[in-house]
Design a protein around this ligand. Structure first.
Ligand SMILES: Cc1cc2nc3c(=O)[nH]c(=O)nc-3n(C[C@H](O)[C@H](O)[C@H](O)COP(=O)(O)OP(=O)(O)OC[C@H]3O[C@@H](n4cnc5c(N)ncnc54)[C@H](O)[C@@H]3O)c2cc1C
Length: 314
């Protein structure tokens, strides 16, 4: 019997497992993906997306012993500039005016995933069931019984786990939520996000840029590798066409939507230059391109539906 059984080993589930360590509880975690390294892929959210984390989140990750395991420290967000195309004026925030060094920092989700993985590997109180998926659950008087099936090399193995507390950290499409019959109100923003890293004529100076337009939002975030983490939202009906854009047209789209505040945008060099597409609710696919010296190489995999909040908050 576990004290706490966490379903999902993404950002939330992994962080929670770290936070529970000092309590000495028996903690279990069920995660569908096989893990990182040796060609195995980890949770889908640990991809090339750029995570802008508030200072409070960075403090929490530091206290959990995760931040020190990042290969590269977060890039500080010292200023935030928000504007809307066609409107006069802008919101400018400077951390110094609030007596702070930075509002937060930017990490690449892939790097944060690796740091969390390294931290989880050292948790004596955690038992991981992986790769395995929750297939059903029953709520009893004082415990929950969970049916778990192995996947991949463990396909065909079935087990039943028992826990005093079940935590649903299984993402936007949460199978736990479905199994519990908890309904949701979904809103489709009709936007598809493209994520990549870009270089610019002017190197990032700690400013996080956000710009809104009638076609969707765009953000340029300072990345730890000295590039910009770029996110652009396009109307979903245009997404297939944008996905096929040659690099020059793709860059031109960012430049036209963002304008010249960061100078001329240029292709980022090296392995960090990855272009990926994240479909928002309404679609259930994800595609990624390796954008290096090789021609674009599509790879398709299914993914849970992504969060809708991104467009509103980026
Ligand atoms: C392009 C983009 C940019 C973003 N930028 C930011 C940002 O700047 N700042 C920020 O704070 N957030 C950002 N987000 C949001 C952030 O990525 C998510 O909020 C976060 O990943 C959610 O974490 P989670 O652990 O709840 O879910 P997930 O990361 O989705 O993890 C869920 C886990 O559950 C597992 N799972 C699912 N079903 C089962 C099952 N039946 N059995 C076992 N395991 C299962 C999955 O394999 C997965 O590993 C961004 C999102 C996107 C798409």
């Amino acid at each position: 019997m576990y004290d706490v059984l966490i379903i999902g080993g993404g950002l939330v589930g992994s962080s929670l497992a770290c936070a529970l360590e000092p309590l000495g509880l028996r903690v279990g975690m069920v995660e569908a993906t096989p893990g990182t390294g040796h060609g195995a892929s980890g949770p889908p959210a640990f991809d090339e997306r750029n995570l802008a984390l508030a200072a409070a989140s960075l403090n929490a990750l530091d206290a959990l012993g995760v931040l020190s395991r990042l290969a590269t420290p977060p890039a500080p967000i010292r200023r935030i500039h928000v504007s809307r195309r066609g409107d006069l004026g802008a919101v400018r925030l400077d951390a110094r005016e609030f007596g702070r060094d930075a509002f937060g920092g930017v990490v690449v989700a892939r790097d944060l995933g690796a740091a969390l993985e390294a931290r989880l590997a050292g948790l004596a109180t955690l038992r991981r069931h992986r790769p395995a998926v929750l297939t059903g659950l029953e709520v009893g008087e004082d415990h929950v019984e969970v049916a778990v099936s192995g996947v991949g090399p463990d396909a065909g193995t079935e087990s039943r786990l028992h826990a005093r507390l079940l935590v649903a950290a299984d993402g936007t499409a949460s199978p736990v939520r479905s199994a519990m019959g908890i309904a949701t109100d979904d809103h489709d923003y009709g936007q598809t996000l493209f994520v990549c890293s870009l270089a610019a004529a002017r190197a990032p100076d700690g400013t996080a840029w956000e710009r809104f337009s009638d076609s969707g939002p765009i953000a340029l975030l300072p990345r730890p590798d000295g590039h910009y983490g770029a996110i652009i939202g396009v109307p979903t009906e245009d997404a297939d066409a944008v996905a096929e854009f040659p690099d020059a047209d793709y860059l031109a789209l960012f430049q036209q939507r963002f304008g010249g505040r960061a100078g001329r945008l240029i292709r980022a060099a090296g392995a960090a230059a990855t272009r990926s597409v994240v479909a928002l609710p309404g679609s259930s696919w994800r595609r990624a391109w390796c954008w290096s010296e090789m021609p674009p190489r599509p790879c398709t995999r299914s993914a849970p539906r992504a969060s809708t909040s991104v467009c509103a908050t980026r």
